[in-house]
Structure formats: C-alpha cells, structure tokens
Design a protein around this ligand. Structure first.
Ligand SMILES: [Zn+2]
Length: 680
C-alpha cells in the first residue's frame, strides 16, 4: 500500500512538472504519447485504489456533476475596478499626481497588456486550489471553481516548496484567436453555434454549468495581481510575476519596468502599433507602480487604487472577405504582403486593405485568398487581421505562395538573417527606387515641391530616372511629354529640384533611405560631422560611440556609406553639385557651449493646437535651430507654450501652471528675434 501511495505521488509530481513545461513555459520535454502514458498509469492506479484519489490529482481536473446554479461568495478583498482613460495626457496627469503625492519617491512603473478576457480570482490554500470566483459586482462573485479547474494553465497544486499558507491570485481567463478559430470549426462541424469573439467565447464558457463542456474549450489564464496573501513576502510587481512562474502559474507576458512615464508611454504606443503580433486580444495597457510598499503608501480612492491606470484604446472589428494578396516593396527592399479586402465599414471609415506584415504572420494565422477574416481597427492604427473564420471555408480558398523572386525586378529574394522579413537586395530595383524617391522628395527630407508619387512612378517607368542623381539631370524636354504636366509646373519642378541642392547634411542623410536612419538620427550625425566627406571617413567604432547611436545604427550607416551602391549614390550627388554641408555641426565646441550662443538656448517650448503658417514639425525645427528644447508635455519647467487653434488641455494646464502662452505670430516674432520676452 505504501508503495502504491509513493508511486501515485511520484506520478502526480511528474505530470505536474510536465504540465508546467508544456502550459506555463511552452517548452515541453516529453512527447504527447509519453505524457499520455503517465496519465493512463495514474488513472489505472487510482481506479484500483479509489481511496487514494486526492482532489489535486491531475486526473481530477474535470470532476463533479453539472451544477444547478453557481453559488455566490463574498470576496475577502473586493475586486475593485481600475481607473481608465483613452487619453495619453490623462496618463501623464496621473503620473504628475503621484509625484506630487510622493515627492521624494522614485516611482518606477510596469507596463502590462490588458487582456480582453474575464477577470477571475483563484485561491490556493497551502498550495492547493480551493476556490475560484468571478468578479461579479466586485463584492460578491460566482463560485466557478469546477470550471477553472479545467483550465490547463491553472495548476491544481502550486509547484515548488515553501508555498504560502494562503494566496489569492487575480488574473484574466481568455482564449487565443487561433484556438478560437479552431473551436469554431469544431462547433460548426458538430452543427452548433459558433462564437463571435474571444471575449464572448470566454465569458460564455465560464458560465457553462457542466465542467465537462468547459473542459472542451481552449481556455487559458494569465496571472496579473496578488490579492489576499498570507505567508509570502512580495517586494514588487516583477518579483510577483517571478513567483507566479515558479508556482506554475502563467504571469502576463512581456511585462517590463519603465523608469519614467515617457518610457512607459513609449512602450504602450509600441504595443498598440504591434497588436498584430499578439495571438490574444487586448483592449489597452495597464500601467502600475512597481514597488509594493509604495503602492501601500499611495493607497486607494473610493473605488479604485491610486497606483494603477489603464490606458485603453477604441477597438472595432468586422468580418469581410479577403479577395487577394499583393506584394508591396519598401524603400529598403522589404516585401510586405498586403490583403485586398472586400470594402467594409469600420469605425466610420471604409477599409479595403490591410497589411499582413510578413510571411510568418501569413503562415501563423493561416490566411488564404477567399477567406472570411475578422479585421480589427484599434485606436488610430491601420487595421489588421485578427483571425480567419475557418469554419466559413468552402474549400475554394487559395494558399498564397510567397514569391521567390522580386515581382518588380525578378531578382531572387533573401530572408533577413536576424528577422522575419524577406527582401529584394537588388540596389537597382525599380520598385525600391520609387519608394526611395518618394522618401527623398518628402517634406521632412529634401522637400522637393511638386515631386509626388504619380510623377515618380512615371519617371521610373519611362526610364527617365534610374537612380536618385538622375532627378538633377532632368530637362524640360524630358518632362513636357509626361501626363498632367504643363510648362509652368515643369519649370516649377525643375526649380524645386535645383533648389534642393543646398539642403543641409541632416536632410540629405534622412533622404537617403539608410536603414534605421530617420530624422532624429540624421540630426545627431550632422551635429558630429561637418559634411558628407567627413562622415564617410568615420569608422564604425567612432560612429558607435556617438551619443544616441547604438551598434545597430552605426553598422547600418557604416555599411551604407562603404557599400558600392551607397558610394555611387553619394559620388553622383556630389558631382551634380549637392553641397551636403552640416548647419548643425558644433565645430568642436561642446553642445552646451554651442547652445549657449543661440538666442533661445536654455528655453523649453511646447507646441500645441493647429498652426496656420507652419506645421508643428516645422516650427519645432526652427525653435531647435535657435537652441531651444522642445518637449511634448507641459510642466512648471516649460518656458513657453505655443498654442495654435483648438489648443486643448495643454493650454488649460499652461494657464494653471502660469506658463506664458504665445500665439503662432508671437512665436514667429521671437524666432526672428524681433521681440525679447522674458519668461520669468
Ligand atoms: Zn526588386
């Protein structure tokens, strides 16, 4: 008997370990077959010795009879809601409030994905799962223990030693998009109703009174906060997540620490742009104070904790047909698949295409031509495809074969060694040239008026421009025969092209489509080098040591400047008469000395509202040229707010803080040095 008990315990331990490797760590160590063998042996032994079955045995996930109804249970600690906002500015106000409350504290934040699922509290006593509750009205929730026990991410017994006496973990039960698509396929095949989206599917599943049905649904769980905890010290949020991992619970993924609210907002906005990377739905980001002692100090308001805020975004989705897939070629040769959609109305705009980002995504989401797809638009971001309605397939859908050759120049494509992108590496590829020319002519780069997309396409297609330098060799008689181009506009265009020859080094660098080099990096480089020749002589290490230039950017710049194509382009531009001199070069003086000589040195500006004479970018450039700092948020350290039409909360805030407000005209006068206004 003792032997049997020992074998049972050993089997359970092994199975729990492999559950964790499989569900929590996503790194299974044994095959499904081997796992089933362990499980079958356990079932066999338990059948022979029913008196030795424990409630936390892995065989007991799906137990019990269907319930008549759920019991209502009071939460030991109410499940409060958290404050939320759709405005970045309000998040910053929240940060400012915390700093005012705790002026001496160093506040660091964690940014967490806000999973769009169902909030659940799970209670472990001495390591054993004893109860799981829904939020309910916040004070009382439904006891859904038998359903939560069926979720494979949720251990029935916590892993490891030194388990807390009592641990209430809160988190989100959810469903993956791909698993929902497969579930819908099965439901459809069984003649049952399909589920609309992952959130509804999750909520509906947790309400099932029969745990056997619940067990057939692919529910998952992420832990995001502790509630009542006895016998366990937790320092901060990251420590909490680490403990969850050790206990065999899945912590919300991708949580990182941010030392400032700026960094936290950057992370939020990056996530919103990359929603298509996630296989589960989120409806916002949660920003929390990391330190638990500090959370305690900050405490609660009547309905919500002070130390947390949710930054949400509007989300809309619709089903439509994917009619075709096209390949778009970027300025650096990246081949991006783009879906042509049957036009569908989404949040007031008609959506007819959506980026599919890369070949991997196409494969991961198993997207085929002719599929019915769910398109989602979140915030102001371009719509993306969430999932395929596989149950709607008729069998006529076509797999898309990713081209092996560039569709524009037929050069064999290559996969990026470091990433998921597939590129055309032909430097003379006409499709890339068109994109590069668009970028070259753009207002933030060489700013060539009248050189728009349609004209660029004609110039390249007719062979008038085969490399960037050709722009400067265009003659009136080349252009006159082109469509929609009168004599007057031809002359204006030629004048604009000629006029761009004296653009500053920063603009030229920005215009050359060097990977990882945008407006800001170009400016940094132009501050360090007086002209293109000097930059060409810099070695990679020197570039790497420049402030704000990391190894990746340095390598990219160096490789471009030393490449055959890069040298050819620059030589060509030089021979045509581009000056490529830096206006921002600090001539060996330290940045501060240099700034000190400029009229607006030491002043910080914030620009808001709609301007009439300048764009925001333009006026910010002009301010920076005169030595001013430009910031995106108002504080008591702001010297001036430049407020255009429809200036909103920034204006209110400036007035509250006593920050001087300038109209666009007043700012313009200041730029011209016509008035001297003191900010003190
Ligand atoms: Zn090509």
């Amino acid at each position: 008997m003792a032997d049997v008990a020992a074998e049972l315990e050993a089997l359970r331990k092994q199975i729990r370990y492999h559950d964790q490797r499989y569900y929590t760590d996503a790194e299974p160590e044994i095959s499904d077959l081997e796992y089933d063998k362990l499980m079958n042996r356990l079932k066999e032994l338990e059948a022979e010795h029913p008196d030795l079955i424990t409630s936390d045995s892995p065989t007991q996930r799906v137990g019990g009879e269907p319930l008549g109804e759920f019991q209502t249970v009071e939460h030991r600690l109410p499940m409060l809601s958290i404050d939320n906002t759709y405005s970045e500015e309000e998040v910053r106000d929240w940060d400012a409030r915390l700093h005012r409350r705790e002026p001496d504290a160093e506040i660091d934040y964690v940014v967490e994905l806000k999973i769009d699922g169902v909030a659940v509290a799970i209670i472990y006593e001495k390591g054993e799962l004893t109860q799981a509750l829904t939020r309910g009205d916040g004070r009382f929730g439904d006891d859904i223990t038998s359903n939560v026990r069926t979720i494979r991410d949720v251990p029935l017994r916590l892993h490891g030693e030194n388990l807390p006496d009592y641990l209430e973990v809160r988190g989100e039960v959810y469903m993956n998009n791909q698993e929902l698509a497969e579930l819908n396929e099965r439901l459809k095949a069984a003649g049952q109703r399909t589920l609309k989206n992952a959130r509804n599917a999750t909520a509906g599943t947790l309400k099932l009174l029969d745990p056997k049905l619940c067990a057939q649904r692919p529910l998952r769980f992420f832990a995001h906060s502790p509630a009542v905890v006895e016998g366990l010290e937790i320092r901060d949020h990251l420590h909490f997540l680490e403990l969850m991992q050790q206990f065999g619970l899945r912590p919300t993924p991708f949580v990182e620490r941010s030392a400032t609210i700026d960094d936290a907002m950057d992370r939020c906005n990056r996530w919103i742009k990359n929603l298509h990377d996630l296989d589960f739905e989120i409806d916002g980001l949660v920003i929390k104070v990391n330190s638990f002692p500090l959370r305690e100090k900050l405490g609660y308001r009547s309905k919500s904790p002070r130390w947390v805020i949710a930054y949400k975004f509007e989300k809309y989705e619709a089903a439509t047909k994917l009619e075709g897939i096209r390949i778009q070629i970027g300025k650096n040769g990246t081949l991006t698949p783009v879906a042509d959609l049957k036009p569908v109305l989404l949040a007031g705009t008609t959506v007819s295409r959506s980026s599919l980002h890369n070949a991997d995504e196409l494969e991961r989401k198993d997207i085929r031509i002719g599929d019915t797809v769910i398109v989602e638009k979140a915030g102001k971001i371009i719509p993306h495809i969430v999932r395929v309605e596989k149950h709607e397939r008729t069998g006529d859908e076509q797999l898309f074969e990713f081209p092996k050759d560039c569709p524009a120049c037929q050069t064999e494509v290559v996969r990026d060694p470091e990433g998921v992108y597939i590129r055309c590496v032909n430097p003379d590829c006409p499709a890339q040239l068109k994109e590069r020319l668009k970028f070259f002519a753009h207002r933030t780069a060489m700013d060539i008026d009248g050189l728009g997309e349609k004209l660029i396409i004609q110039l390249v297609d007719q062979g008038l421009v085969t490399r960037i330098g050709d722009l400067y060799r265009l003659k009136e008689e080349d252009l006159l025969p082109l469509e929609r181009l009168g004599k007057k506009s031809v002359q204006n265009l030629l004048k604009a092209v000629e006029g761009s020859k004296n653009r500053d080094l920063a603009k030229v660098l920005c215009a050359l489509s060097i990977r990882h080099v945008g407006k800001h990096v170009s400016e940094v480089l132009a501050t360090a080098y007086p002209n293109m020749e000097a930059l060409q002589q810099a070695d990679q290490e020197t570039l790497e040591n420049l402030e704000e230039i990391g190894p990746i950017i340095a390598k990219s710049v160096y490789q471009f400047l030393q490449s055959e194509a890069g040298k050819k382009t620059i030589d060509d531009l030089q021979s045509i008469g581009l000056t490529m001199q830096s206006e921002q070069f600090t001539s060996g003086k330290s940045a501060e000395e240099e700034e000190g000589e400029k009229p607006l040195a030491g002043k910080t500006f914030v620009v808001t509202g709609t301007l009439s004479k300048y764009t925001r970018d333009e006026i910010q450039d002009l301010l920076k040229k005169q030595g001013a700092k430009v910031s995106s948020s108002i504080s008591s350290r702001t010297s001036y707010l430049v407020a255009g039409e429809k200036a909103g909360s920034k204006l209110t805030k400036a007035e509250k803080l006593g920050v001087p407000v300038l109209t666009e005209d007043e700012a313009d006068e200041m730029l011209k040095g016509e008035t001297v206004t003191e900010s003190e």
